[in-house]
Ligand binder design. Structure first.
Ligand SMILES: Cc1ncc(COP(=O)(O)O)c(C=O)c1O
Length: 385
């Protein structure tokens, strides 16, 4: 099809031309001084994006690898861990924790709300023996467009003076929604390359507190590839314990420079504005958001319920065939019932206008019952803001 494809899934996201050019530089010796300088610069920038002065480990992996790294470096077989069923990704992470031999206390949820900070407090207050070694929370549930309130979770943990580690999945919030690793005393923040960082998939990140590093000294889950100790030791000088994803690190350096040049507060405000414009469009169409609580709206994606009797995937097919735009599918139990609009990463007002126009035209083509005017409502908000 003529013209540019609209990649409006909630990750991988559109890779900006500056990053594409950086990725296409010749691959060099990963044991050279030239490479080490690039890697050091990339990791220093990444620490700023995590809002930490502490350690950040970079793995050649998808986000799932970074999940595993966070667990195997901090926990021992049979340890208890508190997790919350906020959606598909929280469920996959729970499954991983169980396969690794952890005992998961999984607080049930309806996939329309985030983690209730009060439930964190209640669970931890009941745990007088401090059997729970970690609380693991998905910051932005990419399957539902619900963002949990991490600062409030931290507050509740502190209120009961529980020593559990706080491990946070920032995979679809990092570089899009404010996440303050140091200020919120997060012990491990898990991230990856293909969402707010505007890179192709292939890099997984752990930002790590001193408390988590201390825990890793006695943690006994088996680990080798994911071990922080050799990774952090080598990373300090810009090297890696095994062959790094050389060209992705060129891209990472460029991407973090772009984010820091724009300024993180501006990046977050841009995402907030696009999230709000999208929700206004959805409401004007008369469609229902998956997220029930306005305090938990995600600014990186919007998940939309399809009216009963209409298949969200058939609608997505129509949008792809007719308008060359990919929208996110419903995941897990939301399959066929939900479509997701990604509005994160390298994205601006006109890209959002095109995206919402594609959705509105797709709804009309698919004969889904809806009210026109969503695009107009979004544009009105964008010009007034
Ligand atoms: C919130 C969240 N966690 C974890 C993952 C898993 O990451 P990956 O698919 O890169 O392994 C994803 C992927 O989309 C995600 O959105």
């Amino acid at each position: 099809m003529a013209g540019r494809h609209f990649l409006q899934i909630p990750g991988p996201t559109n890779v900006p031309d500056r990053v594409l050019r950086a990725l296409s530089a010749p691959t060099i010796d990963h044991r050279s001084g030239e490479f080490a300088a690039i890697a050091r610069d990339a990791i220093a920038g990444l620490r700023q994006v995590f809002q930490t002065a502490g350690a950040v480990a970079v793995f050649p992996s998808s986000g799932t690898g970074a999940w595993e790294s966070a667990l195997v470096n901090t926990l021992s077989p049979g340890d208890a861990i508190l997790m919350f069923e906020t959606g598909h990704f929280a469920t996959l992470w729970r499954n991983m924790a169980e396969r690794l031999g952890l005992r998961v206390d999984f607080v049930a949820g309806d996939w329309r709300r985030g983690v209730d900070p009060k439930a964190v407090e209640t669970k931890l207050a009941e745990d007088r023996a401090h059997a729970l070694k970690a609380v693991a929370v998905v910051h932005n549930e990419t399957s539902t467009g619900v963002a949990s309130r991490i600062a409030a979770v931290r507050e509740r943990i502190d209120a009961v003076r529980h020593p559990a580690l706080l491990i946070v999945d920032t995979i679809s919030s990092l570089g899009s929604i404010d996440h303050r690793h140091d200020e919120w005393n997060v012990d491990v923040s898990v991230g990856c390359s293909q969402k707010g960082l505007m890179l192709p998939p292939g890099l997984g990140f752990n930002a790590i507190s001193d408390k988590a590093i201390a825990a890793s000294k006695s943690a006994r889950l088996p680990r080798s590839y994911w071990d922080w100790t050799p990774m952090l030791a080598e990373n300090r000088s810009g090297f890696f314990p095994y062959t790094p994803a050389t060209n992705l690190l060129y891209g990472l350096r460029e991407a973090v420079h772009m984010l820091l040049d724009e300024g993180l507060p501006n990046v977050f405000a841009r995402h907030r504005r696009h999230g709000e414009a999208t929700r206004r469009a959805v409401r004007a169409w008369g469609l229902e958001l998956v997220c029930c609580d306005p305090h938990e709206f995600s600014d990186s994606l919007t998940a939309v319920m399809m009216p009963a009797g209409h298949d969200a995937d058939a609608f997505r097919e129509t949008v792809l065939d007719r308008f060359n735009m990919s929208l996110g599918t419903g995941l897990g139990k939301l399959k066929g019932r939900v479509f997701r609009i990604g509005h994160l990463g390298d994205f601006n007002d006109l890209m959002l206008a095109g995206t919402l126009a594609g959705v509105e035209m797709g709804l009309a083509k698919s004969r889904v019952p809806f009210a026109r005017g969503g695009v107009a409502a979004a544009l009105e908000y964008l010009v007034s803001g």
